[in-house]
Design a protein around this ligand. Structure first.
Ligand code: MLT
Ligand code: ZN
Length: 405
């Protein structure tokens, strides 16, 4: 970094390359700094419930390792089998379980960071509380590799929840499904997962994985709901309460996944939906997020906007967090139509999302592909503050240039 800084050579940090906003692409050339060989789990501290890891550790490898000690690292992006913890920090990744357990940010205590100057700092302390000046740890999280290169991470762990139930509720109306999401919480349930899924997303994933999954014509939306904990009786009670709420919310049917393999099957389908959409056609993936009760308006408005542009969409995502992934499919449209019209449609969807109190990315980041839309969500004053922070860390603007703003 010292050498590159002195010669003004751009450096783009790169983890597993699974990001969805183009953050790891070296758009201005220079050095791509691959972190994949910094992949050790340095320590699992079972007294303090902490882990010290390098950025190239695969999310799922960490989860499995700490599980052997009865500990839990909850953030679980769809790409957990391949994505790196370093990339998760760069984007503040979430995943289905963020609903109950929070996102990456909630599990990072301290970071070793190499600054563009080559200086090495620790951003905080290995403590559960921190009130010693500005929180540089949280500034680095979500900064998409534009402020420094994370080389060591101190993570908070929690006890592993030993039991869970997984329900799949089907609805004839997607709006009813979206409405049911708020009702679940207002009815006193606190599921660990509450995912909204359109039948097309299941069908694309089933085709992609070459497995069977029937979506009856009457079904227009699903909610995939997990309830976890350590007490089987309490989980069963919460499932009953959930069943009542869903039934009152016009659900057609609630299926309980009874075996581990049924659960794994549903999860595999859910986690493959992004890849499956990508495989089916050229697509644009959006990561809208609104306050949970505004989800029905976001979904309905998105469909209206997309229909006006003649664009097909497939929606799924972390409904409990109000976080809806909207995949816009190119299908048979010409390149010219697609390249121009899709941007207009996206702007309309984003304006709707912002008018509902939401923003343009909940967990995928801005990177390269969303940067032209950031001014829709963030004021010029805020962007200026971000620019100035960037200049403080990286006066020569060598680190991951061309990203975010
Ligand atoms: C997901 O929830 O599946 C992920 O954010 C990835 C994706 O949508 O492609
Ligand atoms: Zn997601």
């Amino acid at each position: 970094m010292k050498y590159c800084n002195s010669k003004h050579i751009c450096v783009t940090p790169r983890g597993a390359g699974t990001g969805l906003s183009g953050g790891a692409l070296p758009v201005y050339g220079g050095v791509v700094l691959g972190l994949q060989r910094m992949n050790s789990i340095v320590k699992v501290d079972t007294e303090n419930f902490q882990a010290i890891v390098e950025p190239g550790v695969i999310n799922e490898v960490l989860q499995q390792t700490v599980k052997e000690y009865g500990l839990f690292y909850p953030p679980d992006p769809a790409s957990k089998g391949t994505c790196f913890i370093g990339g998760n920090i760069a984007h503040c990744s979430g995943g289905p379980r963020a609903l109950k357990y929070g996102t990456t940010r909630d599990y990072v205590l301290n970071l070793e960071v190499v600054l563009p100057s080559g200086d090495i700092i620790w951003t905080g302390a290995n403590t559960l509380k921190y009130a010693s000046g500005y929180n540089l740890t949280h500034l680095i999280i979500g900064s998409e590799g534009t402020l420094g290169i994370v080389t060591k991470i101190v993570l908070k762990l929690i006890p592993f929840p030993t039991q869970n139930s997984l329900l799949l509720a089907s609805f004839a109306s997607p709006i009813d499904a979206c409405r049911a999401v708020s009702s679940i919480f207002m009815g006193g349930c606190s599921p660990s997962v509450c995912e909204f899924i359109e039948p097309l997303a299941f069908r694309l994933a089933a085709d992609y994985l070459q497995v069977a999954f029937e979506t009856p014509e009457t079904v227009q939306a699903y909610l995939l709901i997990e309830i976890d904990g350590n007490n089987g009786e309490l989980i069963a009670k919460e499932c009953e309460n959930m069943y009542t709420i869903l039934t009152e919310g016009n659900c057609l049917e609630v299926l309980l996944a009874t075996t581990t393999s049924e659960k794994e099957h549903l999860w595999k389908l859910r986690r493959s939906m992004g890849e499956a959409s990508k495989k089916s056609t050229v697509y644009k993936e959006e990561d809208t997020v609104v306050p949970r009760a505004q989800l029905p308006e976001l979904f309905a408005g998105t469909k209206t906007i997309a229909a006006r542009y003649g664009l097909r969409t497939v929606c799924y995502g972390h409904a409990g967090d109000g976080n809806l992934h909207i995949n816009i499919l190119k299908d048979e449209h010409s390149d010219a139509y697609w390249n121009h019209e899709v941007k207009e449609a996206i702007k309309e969807i984003f304006r709707l999302c912002i008018s509902l109190g939401g923003t343009i990315s909940g967990e995928h980041g801005i990177g390269l592909v969303q940067k032209e839309y950031l001014p829709l969500a963030v004021s010029e004053i805020q962007i200026d503050l971000m620019r100035n922070i960037k200049r403080c860390f990286d006066p020569n603007l060598i680190l991951n240039p061309g990203k975010i703003f």
